[in-house]
Design a protein around this ligand. Structure first.
Ligand code: ZN
Length: 159
């Protein structure tokens, strides 16, 4: 009986500590992300990114995705993804350098990806980018984890 009580207590405290932080980002037919930086507070245990394509062109012509890697891996992951083709969302299947990624979407569509912040190394530099061929040099931004609380971060915390 005593063990059951302890387990239940642990479960409750773990649930209470879980903090899913929603982030929103959009991209256009002009091949750009509307947000140049996404910030995540250190209290977030999970991040849920909702990616909107606010343009009108189909995925075959101007498809975008949202891919998160270490900043140093952006170019090599993008180049590896180019050969994977649209069927694989221009992401090399099973690429361990990809922390999180949405599928490629066309104008008017949106996609969501949820991931744990436990896999982010503190102190490492992370960036997000679009892996559609030729897009990453323009379509990229900084992903800041452990950002000090700021109005920008607070706006993304669960209400
Ligand atoms: Zn793109």
């Amino acid at each position: 009986m005593r063990w059951i009580g302890v387990t239940a207590l642990l479960l409750v405290s773990r649930l209470a500590a879980a903090q899913v932080c929603p982030l929103s980002i959009s991209a256009t037919d002009l091949m750009r992300f509307e947000q140049q930086t996404l910030q995540v507070d250190r209290q977030c245990t999970e991040v849920e990114v909702t990616f909107h394509h606010t343009g009108k062109l189909p995925a075959s012509a101007m498809g975008h995705d949202w891919v998160l890697t270490k900043t140093a891996d952006v170019a090599s992951v993008a180049n590896a993804g180019m050969n994977a083709g649209l069927a694989n969302n221009f992401q090399k299947p099973g690429d361990p350098r990809i922390v999180a990624a949405t599928k490629v979407i066309g104008g008017g569509e949106s996609a969501t990806v949820r991931f744990s912040t436990a896999q982010l190394e503190s102190g490492a530099s992370y960036s997000y980018f679009c892996s559609a061929p030729g897009h990453f040099s323009i379509m990229k931004g900084r992903f800041v984890f452990n950002a000090p609380s700021s109005p920008a971060v607070a706006a993304n915390l669960p209400k």
